[in-house]
Design a protein around this ligand. Structure first.
Ligand SMILES: Cc1cc2nc3c(=O)[nH]c(=O)nc-3n(C[C@H](O)[C@H](O)[C@H](O)COP(=O)(O)OP(=O)(O)OC[C@H]3O[C@@H](n4cnc5c(N)ncnc54)[C@H](O)[C@@H]3O)c2cc1C
Length: 471
């Protein structure tokens, strides 16, 4: 196919779109505001020299399991996955921790009374991950290639997190599922909160929850390396404020959220479409802290050292209350905290013998509240003495996150709330297409939504190519 395309934004979705367009034969240029590409998938020395922190994404089940990334030779461009023995640990107040085992059969044994229920819930999708992932990481509704698998998933997953957790007898398993469902940013009585919990658990058993050696920047560098090999170019420190700022081209793919699309391309968009973009809703934000540490975190439960990722929030009810508060615009006194301890398994993240930690909690969109002490109270609850090993810390509020990546509107890391309405019409029922035939949106504000998997960019570019070829 002959033609020229421009991509605004070099997040994982922008780069994926650029690769698909380039693979089809178009000349592609990517324009990125920031001095380094990657958007949510960047790594930098945020605390002290020699300590490498992930600015955004830190743990990558959906990148490792992405149908599109798996089709690319990213390992030839330096991408190497590191796994901890268990994908996830969930410490509890009794000084023990629930481990989410990598193998489903090990999970059956370790979850005791709930082991069989856990396996029955997840096994079909874990065993058929290669068929399931492309079906679930695409725009919906769609005619499924595997109707039985998808019908079964749909019937279970539309239940709320509360309903799914109700299947488990043990408080420990319910707590484990609560931490997974909290990734949805939804209240646990909302539909889809259960599905998103399952979508965290399924890849844990199917592909693991790995991290890239050298930080999430390694994913970006591999995508950029492959794109450049195909002939594409990435221009950094080039913010695009309007389409006039781009070279002449046949297609424009925008790795931005609806609010930015309106500002950049508003003059080319029809009024009905602009109204729909204006109605798009952003979700809660996050308050983030990165740590440089003198030594590994002193967890009370020794199992916590088995996992890179930890969910800190205690029992189901406390995590549910924390998420409900945030969803209704309030701050939680005991926020659910996600924490990653990369340097335990990737020595490139810190000077010899030293360590890093990455943590965040959910807050209302645009929150200006400093959550540092509440986050540290949650860490100390399960790792007494944590504060004493901190060499340096760097906090990032919602506003600071947005300065470092304009897509993080009000601190929303998912490109917009993923409730039922915005699951079906994301950002509008036209999905990637806009009212202008040559302009497309390809960010996490399109299906299938947030996380590093590149599938929004992949599907957007495929749609743009189909319509370009038909024109
Ligand atoms: C704190 C945090 C933690 C996260 N944790 C995880 C995790 O553990 N695992 C996971 O899978 N995902 C995680 N995510 C989510 C993940 O990073 C995003 O879903 C993903 O990066 C979205 O990709 P994207 O390409 O749609 O947008 P982004 O990655 O946000 O990239 C958009 C790019 O567009 C650029 N841009 C915006 N406007 C313009 C403009 N006008 N001109 C030029 N360039 C522009 C931005 O600078 C940015 O580089 C996290 C995100 C954050 C912030």
């Amino acid at each position: 196919m002959k033609g020229k395309a421009c991509v605004i934004g070099s997040g994982p979705n922008g780069l994926s779109a650029a690769i698909v367009l380039d693979q089809a034969g178009l000349e592609v240029q990517v324009f990125e505001t920031q001095p380094i590409p990657g958007g949510g998938a960047r790594s930098m020395e945020l605390t002290l020299p020699g300590f490498l922190h992930d600015f955004g994404s830190a743990v990558h089940p959906l990148a490792a399991g992405s149908p599109f990334f798996s089709s690319l030779p990213l390992h030839e461009y330096g991408l190497e996955w590191i796994h901890s023995p268990a994908p996830l640990a969930h410490p509890l107040d009794d000084g023990t921790a629930v481990l989410l085992e990598r193998k489903l059969d090990d999970a059956r044994a370790s979850l005791g009374v709930d082991g069989e229920t856990w396996c029955r819930l997840l096994r079909p999708y874990v065993e058929h991950w290669k068929a399931f992932a492309p079906e679930v990481l695409r725009p919906q509704p769609a005619i499924p290639k595997h109707p039985w698998l998808m019908a079964r998933f749909g019937m279970t997953a539309f239940a709320s997190a509360e309903r799914i957790a109700g299947r488990f007898q043990s408080e420990r398993t319910r707590a484990l599922f609560a931490g997974l469902a909290a990734h949805s940013f939804l209240s646990f009585d909302e539909v889809l909160s259960g599905a998103l919990g399952m979508l965290m658990a399924i890849p844990a058993h199917a592909v693991g929850w790995p991290i890239p050696r050298g930080g999430s920047q390694a994913i970006t560098n591999a995508l950029c390396g492959y794109l450049e090999k195909l002939g594409g170019a990435v221009h950094t420190s080039r913010r695009i404020d309007s389409l006039e700022g781009l070279p002449k081209c046949d297609l424009v793919l925008c790795d931005v959220t609806p609010r930015q699309l309106l500002a950049i391309a508003g003059s080319r968009l029809a009024s009905y479409y602009k109204r729909r973009l204006q109605a798009f809703r952003y979700g809660p934000g996050v308050f983030k802290v990165d740590y440089a540490l003198r030594e590994p975190i002193p967890w009370r439960a020794s199992e916590c050292k088995q996992a890179i990722t930890l969910h800190l929030g205690g029992p189901f009810e406390q995590i549910a209350a924390s998420e409900k508060a945030v969803r209704s615009g309030k701050h939680s006194e005991k926020p659910f905290v996600l924490l990653a301890q990369h340097s335990l398994y990737d020595t490139s993240r810190a000077p010899a013998g030293k360590h890093t930690a990455w943590a965040y909690c959910h807050v209302p969109n645009g929150s200006t509240e400093n959550m540092l002490s509440k986050i540290e109270e949650q860490i100390e609850r399960f790792a007494p003495g944590f504060r004493e090993i901190v060499l340096a810390r760097r906090t990032l509020s919602c506003a600071e996150l947005e300065v470092m990546n304009a897509n993080l509107v009000g601190g929303d890391i998912n490109g917009g709330v993923l409730d039922l309405r915005q699951f079906l019409a994301r950002p509008t029922w036209q999905q990637y297409a806009t009212s202008a035939r040559d302009i497309y949106i390809c960010s996490a504000s399109t299906p299938p939504g947030g996380a590093v998997h590149g599938m929004c960019g992949y599907h957007a570019a495929k749609m743009a190519l189909r319509r370009f070829a038909a024109a």
